[in-house]
Design a protein around this ligand. Structure first.
Ligand SMILES: NC(=O)c1ccc[n+]([C@@H]2O[C@H](COP(=O)([O-])OP(=O)(O)OC[C@H]3O[C@@H](n4cnc5c(N)ncnc54)[C@H](O)[C@@H]3O)[C@@H](O)[C@H]2O)c1
Length: 278
């Protein structure tokens, strides 16, 4: 992959690389390629899987465990990261999501509310916690960039996405609200990327994922955006090229979000005899 040195000399924290399919994994490889140095962080549970240490080797990164919902662990993470990297943080990737309701296949109309709280805490409020801790410690450089990962279920109904849809709506709202406050205070930029369905552990945990994936691919003029293309969009958002972009939800989705129906889908209906005139 060609390097444009977009992140030369920049320091980062990347949350959420679980295995080589993770979006955060691809972002870490790409960020290394663009000249960044960074810390990789994930929950103590995820570190037991050990894959992240291979990524750390490939990217000359340190791994620091932190449950992203625990303020004290985030404080330690920021302090240690600034020490290891030699200064304030220029970019953060928040690529974290989890719903016990989805994992346990609990029907949406019968949600377990303790699980719902967990979904919201891990998948959305954690972004607020990361930003609040960073702001309190003054840990992000002026014009630094924070990117989180969202999904179009924040705006529209995807029948099996369940309470993750609520988490994504809250997440995008935090992007706008905190984007205002951190922008005024330190010119820190906060954006979300609304990503196509992508074959990862979190993605494939949603029931009917393959149908989601194929439907979106047939609908989108460019086809589904993969994790590598998401990583490219992250490079732009982390770089100085996007210094005036903040509080946005950017669709990295091959055009899906602007579509109603495509010829590919129409033809699939015709081929199966489902689109016959009465
Ligand atoms: N895969 C998709 O189809 C898709 C589409 C749009 C958006 N997203 C979003 O992208 C982000 C990354 O997911 P992914 O698809 O790469 O899957 P993934 O399963 O590889 O990543 C999810 C990460 O969240 C981490 N995590 C969960 N609980 C945590 C906690 N308490 N503390 C710290 N980390 C924790 C996991 O360990 C894992 O690394 C998520 O926000 C997801 O909702 C994914």
């Amino acid at each position: 992959m060609e390097s444009y040195n977009l992140l030369k000399g920049k320091r980062g924290i990347i949350f959420g690389a679980l295995d080589e399919n993770s979006i955060a994994w691809k972002v870490a490889l790409r960020a290394k390629n663009e000249g960044a140095k960074f810390v990789l962080s994930n929950s103590p549970l995820a570190l037991r899987k050990k894959d992240i240490f291979d990524l750390a080797k490939q990217t000359d990164a340190q791994v620091i465990a932190a449950d992203i919902t625990e303020i004290s662990e985030l404080e330690d993470l920021f302090e240690e990261s600034m020490q290891l990297l030699g200064g304030k943080i220029d970019f953060i990737l928040h690529s974290v999501g989890m719903s016990p309701n989805v994992r346990k296949n609990i029907p949406y109309t019968d949600l377990d509310y303790d699980y719902l709280n967990k979904t919201l805490d891990v998948s959305a409020i954690s972004l607020h916690k990361v930003l609040a801790v960073a702001k309190k410690l003054d840990a992000i450089s002026e014009s630094g960039s924070v990117v989180t990962l969202s999904y179009i279920a924040a705006q529209r109904t995807f029948s099996s996405y369940s309470d993750m849809a609520h988490a994504k709506s809250v997440l995008e709202s935090i992007v706008r609200q905190f984007g205002y406050h951190y922008g005024v205070a330190k010119k820190v930029r906060i954006n979300s990327i609304s990503q196509s369905p992508t074959k990862t552990t979190a993605g494939t945990g949603v029931s009917g994922f393959n149908a989601f994936f194929n439907y979106a691919d047939s609908m989108s003029p460019l086809g589904n955006a993969d994790a590598d293309s998401c990583a490219n969009t992250c490079m732009f958002l982390f770089s100085d090229l996007s210094k005036m972009i903040t509080m946005q939800n950017i669709y990295n989705d091959g055009g899906f979000s602007s579509m109603g129906i495509s010829n590919k889908l129409i033809n699939q209906y015709i081929d199966c005899g489902c689109g016959d005139e009465e």
